[in-house]
Every structure is written in structure tokens, then in C-alpha cells.
Design a protein around this ligand. Sequence first.
Ligand code: ZN
Length: 410
Amino acid sequence: MEMELNSNNESSDEEIQEVNMNYTNFDMEKFMKNPEFEVGMKFGSKCLFREAIRNYSILTGRPVFMYTNDKSRLRAKCVAPCPWFVYASKVPALNNSDFVLKTLNDVHNHCSHAWKNKHMSTSWLANRYEDQIKSNMYMPAKQIRQVVDEQYKCEISRSMAYKARTKARKNIKGSVAEQYAFVWEYAAELQRTHPNTTIDIQYNPRNDPDERPTFTRFYCCLGPLKNGFNEGCRPIIALDGCHTKGAYPGQLLTAIGPDPNNGWWPIAWAVVEKEAREQWHWFLSLLIKDLQIATASSHYTFISDQQKGLDSALLELLPYCEHRFCVQHMYRNFKKKHPGQILKDRLWSIATATTVELYEAELDDLKEYDQLAYAWVKRAPPPQHWCPANSTRCSQNNNKSKRSSSGCIY
Ligand SMILES: [Zn+2]
């Protein structure tokens, strides 16, 4: 069925007005969900119309190609003998760059699916899969080819998948780098909106005046969180670190504490280049200052998953504070070689023993039951880090919910 919009280059003012009323602004987002052309669609430029044709071909799998392509006209058709075609051109009376879809024959016949679609370019792929590649910068070419095949029933070569990934990575790195340039503005905004906020930004100094400094670390302790912790939370701080993915991988360090409802209260966080003693030392120094932790006091208890470098940083900065290891984390390693409910219960019995006698008795029980599991426990970090019986401080064996949420025994 062929449809045509009546357009006359020498239209009167009234006719222009009438034609204007029939126009619908083209919306690419809607079109991507439902790729259908309509007579009267108005494209902001010829480029946008070309892009729409390209997307139409990829999304529908039709072997469409463009011809009659000049400054004011663009026509696209399907391979012969298929009768589908679309035509858009400028409306002189509008006197702008808009292209209006004037003729459309929206019927496909005798054309087969385009398994190798020439509209599927590396730029199109890089743009389409940017989010996926952002979360996995080394997404294999094989996976990209498979996803394209599943989504669009289209075959792309291995080198094309590689080129698309390289292009996407370049785009991502560019946009992330632009965002890093705003790190100072971000810090200023946080300090403006959250009074008493501490921000510390570290960077590698520039080697010459034209070079920009390179970001290395960012520490943030929001004022309201700092005040809330100091006023209403117990002096227990859990420290953790995890990898950050993306164009500039690093580590995220966090400090949280149990609030009066036994929920978790965020205290501070930092992005650092890697997790090591130096980075933990820097993070803890700022945290000590923010929470006004007296370094000569044994008032605070720190909990960790035995992160790299954390123990020695804590020992140096806060030698009198307790440093406990998360037993849940220890158990995850334990069960890899010693699985089973019985062994799990025995490890927890050791970890929750409140006196040295009980601790020794539980350890003897384990030795009798499983020599290898016993050897693992003996090789584990010293019990004063994870068992209250061996603690230098009076410890409180918390309720089960605390144990299961943090896996730590205070
Ligand atoms: Zn066709």
C-alpha cells in the first residue's frame, strides 16, 4: 500500500499550515522499540533520517539500501523485486533542515532476511553495546558475536567485534576521563550540601605545566554520617575493600558501623588505586581524625576480612584497639576444603567459645573428629583476632542475628 503526502513546492501559506499540522516529530527512542515509518514523520536532519533507515534495516533484518541521495532528498528501497521503499525530502516552505517523510510503500515481498547487514558498522555496535562493554572491558569477541546473532539475527566477523570493542572502550575511557576532570567540583558540591564533610583528593603531580594531574585517591566522610556515628553508634567499625571495574579499575574502601537498631551505618568511603598497607594507612589516618579516635585508647573495635595491609596499618596507627576478623569470611575459605554442616557447627563453636577452657575443649573435639580441619584452624590467624575466649578485652557474645549478618564476634 503506497501512501503519499501531498506536497507542492509552490504551496500557498494555507497549504503549508495544513501540511504542518500533519507532521509528527520523529522519536528515535520510540522507533527503536517499534521500527515503523509513517508518512508525515518529520526528521530534524537528513542525517537523522539516514540513521532511522539504518536502524530500521538492522532491527527488521530487511536488506534495505539508500539511493537518490542528495542535499534535499533521500530515498531508500529494499532489494528487487521487493516493492518496499521510503522517500523523504526537505520542504522548501519550511526553510530549515527538516526532512519530511512523503512517500512510503510499507510492504515487503520476496525479500529474505539480511544475515550480513551492511548497516551493522563497528560504530553502531560500539554505541549499542557500550554499557555491556563498560561492565566488562574485556568482553570476548566471541561473546559479542553471539549477542549480536541472538538479538539481531546478524552475523559479524571476529575482527569487526574486536574493532567495535576497541571503539567502545575508547568512548568509555573518554567519557570517564571527562568525569574525573569534575572531581573538584563534585567535592565542592558535597561540602556545600553536607556541612562538616571531609573530602581528601590525592593526585600525581604534573610533570610539565601543560599536563593535567592524574587522579589517584578520593576519600569522603559526609558530615551528617560522621555526626550520627559519633552521637549514636557503638565504637565498632567494620572495614572492607572491593574491586571497582571499568575503564580505570581500582579499589573501593569502606567503613561502616552497627547502629542502635543493629543495622549498618555508613561512615566513610574511599576510592584508591590498589589495596595495600599504604592505602589503608591513608584511609585510617583520615578516619581517625574524622571520628576523633584517640590513638592511645583501646576504646574501638575494628572488624575486617583480613584485607591486605590492613592489619599492619591498624597495628601502627591504633595499637591499643581490638582488631577482629570476620568468621563468616574465614568460614567461606574453610568450607572450600572442609565442607559439611558438622564441621561448620564445630568451627562456629570454637569461634563463639567464651572461655579459654571451652575453646580448648571445642578444639579437641574438632581434632578428634577431623584432623585436617583441625590443622586448618591451627594455621588460621591467631585466635585473639576471632575468638572471644582469647581476646585481651572483655567480649560480649552477640546474638545470632548479629553473627549471621556480620559473621563477627565482638
Ligand atoms: Zn523487502
